[in-house]
Design a protein around this ligand. Structure first.
Ligand SMILES: Nc1nc2c(c(=O)[nH]1)N[C@H]1C(S)=C(S)[C@@H](COP(=O)(O)O)O[C@H]1N2
Ligand SMILES: [Mo]
Length: 310
């Protein structure tokens, strides 16, 4: 949070400024919810159905953590890399605290999450934004967040409360969250079972991925010694990043400090010399489970940028 005194051992903030965070909304204009009127309903297979207002939610224990926030990209083009990604600090109430109040039945297997936005998408009319997660995963990981980088959520990012599902693609982090349903079935819905499905499974866990950020794709740089820098992320710890300049063999990049929260991204750098002229630079991350970014043709393929040294 911005009020915390700086810790001299902490490296400079790796957070993405809120102004630079992408905004994705499927169903038209973001709903303008009033904090005083907001209510979260918790229903379905629960012992104690709930209607929580903001004050009651905020009375529950909270946590602050940093996590990668990555858009899966268009659900109609699942192999096109977009690398719309940010590293954000979230504050909110672990979903487990709310579920402990509602006490799901033993038959509950899935958690449906619904936002207050509604509209049309891809020929379907009058939709709400609905996602679902396995109940045990939602219980363990999801946070009901009210702050991004220490400031209240902006309207377009889900004010007053959104779900944050760390290690999962952003599509699961339902904004303007107003309803949770514990169920023994998955919801049949455009955004759950018809779109955001790949290889027959719902789009959840993020892939191993990396992005070269400095220089940025298309930049002109001074020829000579150049420091290349980027970020890598996955569902598990980043084990290494390699960089290749103009089809030369892969060279290991230097990883930045291990992030305080394992859900955050990891910086990497490599110092190299660039001769005058155009150059193609590629980065390839490997995670602790051995997943490696694939060649072009996949959403998380090796990241490739073109720069010109003058
Ligand atoms: N209610 C609601 N939640 C939503 C969406 C939406 O359209 N409606 N878009 C999802 C998608 S695809 C992404 S990538 C993230 C984007 O969050 P952001 O706009 O705060 O970056 O929100 C997710 N949550
Ligand atoms: Mo997205």
């Amino acid at each position: 949070m911005s009020t915390r005194p700086p810790d001299p051992r902490t490296p400079p903030s790796p957070l993405t400024p809120v102004d630079s965070v992408f905004v994705r909304t499927h169903l038209g204009a973001p709903p303008e919810l009033a904090a005083q009127e907001w209510e979260l309903r918790v229903e379905g297979l629960v012992e104690q159905p709930l209607r929580l207002d903001l004050r009651s939610l905020l009375a529950l224990p909270q946590r602050t953590f940093t996590a990668v926030h990555e858009c899966f990209g268009s659900p109609f083009a699942p192999t096109v890399p977009t690398r719309a990604v940010a590293n954000l600090e979230w504050t909110g109430v672990p979903l487990s605290a709310v579920l402990d109040l509602a006490r799901p039945h033993a038959t509950g297997r899935h958690l449906w999450l619904e936002g207050a936005d509604h509209g049309d998408f891809a020929d379907e009319k009058g939709l709400t934004y609905v996602k679902d997660l396995p109940l045990d995963r939602a219980y363990a990981d999801v946070v009901l967040a009210h702050s991004m980088n220490g400031a209240p959520l902006r309207t377009q990012h889900g004010f007053p409360v959104r779900a944050v599902a760390p290690r999962m693609f952003g599509t699961n982090s339902v904004k303007w969250l107003t309803r949770l349903v514990v169920s023994d079935t998955r919801p049949d819905h455009l955004f759950t079972t018809r779109l955001y499905v790949r290889d027959g499974r719902p789009v959840r866990d993020i892939d191993v991925n990396s992005k070269l950020l400095a220089p940025y794709d298309g930049d002109e740089v001074l020829a000579g010694v150049v420091e290349l820098a980027g970020r890598a992320w996955s569902t598990s710890e980043i084990a290494g990043v390699e960089i290749s300049v103009d089809d030369a063999p892969w060279q290991p990049a230097t990883l930045g400090p291990r992030p305080q929260h394992p859900t955050a991204w990891r910086p990497f750098t490599l110092t190299t010399a660039l001769t005058p002229g155009p150059h193609v630079i590629r980065s390839r991350a490997t995670d602790a489970t051995g997943r490696v970014q694939p060649p072009p043709g996949a959403r998380n393929s090796v990241h490739e940028i073109e720069v010109r040294a003058t």
